[in-house]
Each structure stands twice: as C-alpha cells, then as structure tokens.
Design a protein around this ligand. Structure first.
Ligand SMILES: [Zn+2]
Length: 305
C-alpha cells in the first residue's frame, strides 16, 4: 500500500461521484462519526494513541472528493449504520439488529470512496493486473447500486462481519494486543491473493468488505442482503484461513508501532491510568485489554516486552 492515498490533493474540478461541476467539500474517507466515537469511548487522548497508534492520521484522512449533495447522500447511510448497527452492537453483541437497503449502500459508499482515492492517487500500480482491470467496473457497479440504477452490484459483493473479543483460540503466536485490535482497530487496506481481491475496512467491532474479485474463496454468512436483513447473534461465519493470518499480521503491525513509543510517552500513559482508574476501567478499550491480559498474561503489557 502506498503511504497515504487519502491525504492527497487530487485537484479535481468535478465531483468524483456525480461528475457534476460543483464546489467540492473536504470529504472524510473514514466517516467523522467513527473518529468521534473512538474519542468518546477512550479514556484519554494518550490511550487513543496507545490502542490505535495510527488513528490520529486516519482521523484527518480527508480530501476534496465530493460535492455537498453526494456528501449528504453518503451521510444518510452513515447515520443509519451508526444508530441502528454500530452503537447498539458495541453496547451488546447479544441482540438481533435489523437493517434495510441503507446497509449495503453504506458498505458500497465506503468501498467506493477508498477505491476511488487509491485510483486517483495512482496507488494501484503494483497490484496484480487481473485485479487492476476490474477496478473501473467495481467503481461503476458500486456507484450505480448506490444511486439506485441497478439493484445489485453483481460480483462486486458487499460483506460485513461483526467481531468480538476472543474467548479462546488455537493460533500460534497470536500478538498480545489481538483483542484490542479486534475490538478497537480502525483502518483500511486492499487485500489480495493470486485470485481474489477485496477492500477491507475495520471500524472497531465491524469488518466491512467490498470484493473486487471473489475468486474461489469461501466466505459464509458475511454477505449482506440487498434489502431488509438481520444481523443475528451466534451466526456461524466462515472465512478463508488465509484471512486469519492476515489479521494476525495486521495486529502485529499496530503493536510494532506502539512498541516504538518513547519511554516518556509510555510513562505518561501509565501515569494517567494510575491517576484515573475509574475513568479507564469503564472504557471499551479497557475491557479488550483485560481480555488480552487474561489470554496472554504479562505479554499484554508492551513495556515488559
Ligand atoms: Zn456529487
């Protein structure tokens, strides 16, 4: 992945989505409401960095991409997702969540934005040719699906996977921050193998996927309905084994960045936890940390590594 296709100025003179000659707004690639949620559910700014070392940069992932009208269209889906799925699930994973066409449209809009930025930044040049030739088609199918010109984006499937803290695992060498990554990690990436390729977006306990090529990979239970549907507790999801390894690598990367904190930064974080125990223990992040501690023991403490 190139450094950051999302902070570039593409110098567009037309809206990238509707192609109309309108004044462009600064568009957030990862919607602003998620950044706000992270701040609210973290104990401090320090902790926000400790759990999501990259977030400060992602927080400002914005670029002039869309006109006001298109921004507002995307905003409607975001708001629904926040209210009906994201917030309720983070309160309790043990409930049925109902959705409608706005959910696949929300997932399509996230994927469209990310892929469009990669394309405009010329950041896709190193991807396999088989994947690259499908990108214009993926963009136009997601666009047409969002505006309602087609009722299905066909092979460019939209998937969602709710995750939670691990109760147990059978992996070797699971990074000791794995629960924190699962519960709190934010970010996006284009993941590919020789046959399959998809956009992966992590929004705390939700993983969103936009397939550019599904290949022969086995994904069960994650594909969203293109209309009314439900997210139910205890659904059995099946993912290709390679994706588990990818998640381990991904959380390892976050940990590597955290490990590079200076002594002073770590002392500040530790001091804050000591001084404000009540603030810290009520946070979602702390619950994930406790689970890491239970599972990985002292390894969960970065400073002891
Ligand atoms: Zn527009």
């Amino acid at each position: 992945m190139s450094n950051n296709p999302f902070n570039s100025d593409f110098e567009l003179d037309k809206c990238a989505f509707c192609k109309l000659d309108r004044e462009l707004r600064e568009s957030h690639i990862i919607p602003k409401s998620f950044g706000k949620w992270v701040k609210k559910t973290s104990a401090t700014g320090f902790l926000r960095n400790a759990e999501n070392p990259n977030l400060r940069r992602q927080d400002v992932w914005k670029t002039k991409l869309l006109c006001d009208e298109c921004e507002q269209r995307f905003g409607v889906y975001e708001k629904k997702f926040m209210e009906k799925i994201f917030r309720p699930y983070h309160k309790s994973a043990d409930q049925v969540l109902e959705y409608d066409i706005w959910l696949p449209k929300f997932i399509a809009s996230i994927n469209w934005r990310i892929l469009k930025c990669y394309q405009l930044a010329g950041a896709l040049n190193n991807y396999p040719r088989g994947l690259r030739i499908l990108i214009p088609k993926a963009l136009s199918k997601w666009h047409d699906f969002i505006v309602g010109e087609i009722t299905s984006p066909d092979g460019f499937e939209l998937h969602l996977l709710p995750v939670d803290l691990l109760e147990s695992h059978t992996f070797h060498d699971l990074p000791s921050n794995f629960n924190r990554y699962m519960a709190r990690g934010f970010g996006t990436d284009i993941v590919y193998s020789s046959k399959a390729g998809f956009i992966y977006t992590k929004l705390a306990k939700f993983m969103l996927f936009g397939f550019i090529s599904r290949g022969d990979q086995d994904w069960k239970g994650t594909k969203v309905t293109l209309g009314k549907g439900k997210i139910k507790p205890k659904t059995k999801y099946e993912l290709p084994g390679g994706f588990g390894n990818y998640l381990i690598e991904r959380s390892q990367k976050v940990q590597d960045i955290s490990s590079s904190y200076s002594e002073t930064q770590r002392e500040k974080i530790n001091q804050f936890i000591k001084d404000n125990p009540e603030k810290v223990t009520n946070t979602e992040m702390f619950k994930a940390f406790q689970q890491d501690l239970q599972m990985f023991g002292d390894r969960a403490f970065l400073e002891e590594e």
